[in-house]
Design a protein around this ligand. Structure first.
Ligand code: NAI
Ligand code: MG
Length: 351
């Protein structure tokens, strides 16, 4: 019998999303694997076409597909819209609807990029870490609103909460990732102040009993922010909540040179995944062919590894990106002159 070809949903989104996703798709197509692609609008692009940032047809495609390649959402023309119509609701909706709770964000310094890092070369060279960010809870999904206080002041609120089941499943993802890597897990919280974090810490310690081969440590998030810059080489896997993980991973990106280099995988319990760069729609450079496509291309590699059972193809893509960068091909964010397409060409040539 013929193996069925894998269906990849391509959701380019808005801003630089379509530019970087096109390069990632070209790289996937060049591998000669049995992949089928279907594209649908999402975010600002979908809002302008349909009045809905996450149309039913797009959600259907995402559910039907074996894996999703996502660009970015958040174009400024939508800034004045009500929250439920804003492009960002599309990515939040996909994460929630598909129960993509485990967000893996690897960060490693590519050879030759020492000068692009915000850190001293010897500090930057030691970076090889993975942030495992919870993606379905925390302040992003808690009760939120705007009200007026008794004193007549406007008050905004976003409830931070986690139940133990939510913490347990992301803790398991963190321990499992540490087992596959160097066996070190650092759980980042704010347990000195937050009840949410106290529960987080208690549950992580409970789960640790099942992973005696993983060395567990705990760190408050403010200290973690400092340690990421002081001595990032100390980290193997970091497991943390939605908000802390969002912030720490942008910070980690500057330690390795650019946010345009960092991919991510967002996985459900069965291994189905959405793959996207960690960056947003970058309105300041959108439509100019300046965006770095490496984060999107490396996201495609994560897709091959985590959802499509093609680790060798994933390795090939990662090696091609590394060799294109080592040969000096760089977009403007890394101090180079390559266009988005030229960078994609360089990766394809290396492949
Ligand atoms: P951003 O990540 O879009 O941009 C931050 C800075 O990094 C900008 O100076 C941008 O030019 C630069 N940058 C980002 N990606 C780059 C790339 N591939 N190559 C070169 N430079 C790159 O974050 P910002 O400006 O805070 O947010 C812009 C919009 O994106 C907002 O509407 C935000 O809500 C949305 N956003 C969406 C995300 C998503 O789609 N998953 C994630 C983060 C933000
Ligand atoms: Mg972010």
């Amino acid at each position: 019998t013929m193996a069925h070809s894998s269906l990849i949903a391509i959701l380019p989104g808005d801003g630089i999303g379509p530019e970087v996703t096109a390069e990632a798709r070209r790289v996937l197509e060049a591998l000669g694997l049995d992949l089928a692609f279907e594209e649908a609008p999402v975010g600002g692009a979908a809002y302008h076409q349909t009045g809905n940032p996450l149309p039913e047809a797009t959600l259907d495609l995402a559910k039907r597909a074996d894996a999703i390649l996502f660009g970015s959402v958040g174009e400024p023309s939508c800034d004045a819209l009500a929250r439920h119509l804003r492009p960002e609701q599309a990515i939040l909706g996909l994460r929630k609807e598909l129960a993509l709770f485990a967000n893996l964000r690897p960060a490693k310094l590519f050879a030759g990029l020492e000068d692009a890092s915000a850190l001293r070369p010897e500090v930057a060279r030691a970076i090889d870490l993975l942030i495992v960010r919870e993606l379905n809870g925390d302040v992003y999904f808690g009760e939120k609103g705007m009200r007026t206080t008794d004193a007549g002041l406007r008050q905004g609120y976003d409830l931070m909460s986690y139940d133990e089941g939510e913490v347990r499943r992301i803790a398991i993802a963190g321990f499992a990732a540490a087992q596959r890597r160097r066996g070190k897990l650092c759980s980042v919280d704010k347990a000195n102040v937050l009840e949410t974090s106290q529960l987080w810490r208690d549950v992580v310690i409970e789960v640790a009993a099942d992973y005696p081969d993983v060395a567990l440590s705990h760190m408050y998030v403010d200290n973690a922010a400092m340690q990421l810059v002081r001595d990032p080489g100390q980290f193997d896997v970091i497991v943390t909540g939605n908000l802390f993980g969002d912030i720490l991973s942008d910070q980690a990106s500057m330690c390795v040179g650019s946010i345009g280099l960092l991919p991510s995988a967002s996985l459900d319990e069965g291994g189905k995944g959405l793959y996207e760069p960690i960056h947003g729609s970058a309105p300041d450079i959108a439509g100019q062919g300046k965006a770095n496509p490496c984060a999107a291309i490396l996201s495609a590699a994560l897709m091959l590894r985590h959802s499509l059972g093609q680790p060798a193809a994933a390795d090939r893509i990662e090696a091609a990106v590394a060799s294109a960068l080592a040969a000096g091909h760089r977009t403007a964010d890394l101090g180079g002159t390559c266009s988005t397409k030229a960078m994609g060409d360089a990766v394809l040539a290396a492949l």
